[in-house]
Write a protein that binds this ligand. Sequence first.
Ligand code: NAP
Length: 287
Amino acid sequence: MIVLTGATGLVGRLLAAELTGTAGVRAVTRGPRNAGFPVDVEVVEGDPSRPETLANALRGASALFLHARAVGDAAHDLVALARDLGVRRVVALAAANVDDDLAAQPSRFRGDRNKEVDVAAATSGLEWVSVRPSSFALNALSAWGGQIRAGDDVRYVHAGFEESPIHERDLVAVLARALVGDDLLGRRIDLTGPESLSHAEMVRLIGDALGRPLRFHEIPAEAAARGMLANGFPEPFVTAMMARYAAHLARPQFPPTPEVEKILGRPARTFAEWAADHADDFRPAEE
Ligand SMILES: NC(=O)c1ccc[n+]([C@@H]2O[C@H](COP(=O)([O-])OP(=O)(O)OC[C@H]3O[C@@H](n4cnc5c(N)ncnc54)[C@H](OP(=O)(O)O)[C@@H]3O)[C@@H](O)[C@H]2O)c1
C-alpha cells in the first residue's frame, strides 16, 4: 500500500492513476468528501502538515510519497512517524532549485518546503528517493493561458530566459518508478524536459499546436510583477520570481539532464508534445 500526500493536486491525481493497477493507493486529503477518486483508490482524511492526523493512513503502508506543499513544515516529523509505524520507503517530490539559497526559491513564499522534504527523505534511515524536477511545462498554462485564450499576443518578461520544462506525465512516471521499483533507491534525481527553451520559443510552440501565430512581447519586469500581483500572487513570491529570471538571463537555468530517458528507457516528452496535449486548455471555451 502506497500513501500519497498531496493526492488531490495536479501531481497527486496523475500519480494515483499511474500507480493504480500496480500497487494499492491510499490518497490523503483534508477534504475526503470532494476527493472524487475512482473506487480502487482508498481515500483517507488527514492533513500532512499535522502528522498525527496521518497515523491511520500510514498503518500497514509500505511507502510514503512526500509532497512538499501538502507536508509544509512537518516533513521531518511525518517521516519519523512513518518509520515508527513500519513504513519502509519514502519518496520526496522536491525541486531542481532545492540547493539554491532559500530566499532565491520563489515557491517557498507560497508554502512549498522542497528543501525539507529532500533532506527528510535522504536522512530518514528508510529506503528513499528524492525527485527534483525543473519547472513544470504546466506553468506555461498559468503564466500565459489567459492571454492566449483571449488573443494572439502574449506579454511577459524576459523573452530570452531559458529553462527545460518537464511534462507532468514524465515526472509522474519517474515518481511511480521510485515508489514501486528498486533501481532508483538512495538517489537525488534532477529531472528536466529534453530541451532548453526560452519564453519566446515556448509561446511559439504553443502557437504551432494551436495553428495560430502567437506574438511574444517582452515587457519590463515591473510591469510583469504588477500583473502577477493583480492576479493574486503574494508579493515576496513575485519578487523572488523576477529575481530568478534576472539572475539566469546569461545562460539557461536547469539545462537538460538525461534522467527521464535513462530511467524510463524512452525519450523525455518535448514541449511541443506537451503543447499538443494541452492545446484545448489554451483555446477559448466557445471555440
Ligand atoms: N510548478 C513547478 O514548476 C514545480 C517545479 C518543481 C517542483 N514543484 C513542486 O510541486 C509541488 C506542487 O505540486 P502540485 O501542483 O501537484 O500541488 P497542488 O496541486 O497545489 O497541491 C497538492 C495538494 O496539497 C494539499 N495542500 C495544498 N496546500 C496545503 C496546505 N497548506 N496544507 C496542507 N495541504 C495542502 C491539497 O490537498 P487537500 O486539499 O486535498 O488536502 C492539494 O490538493 C510543490 O511542492 C512544488 O514545490 C513544482
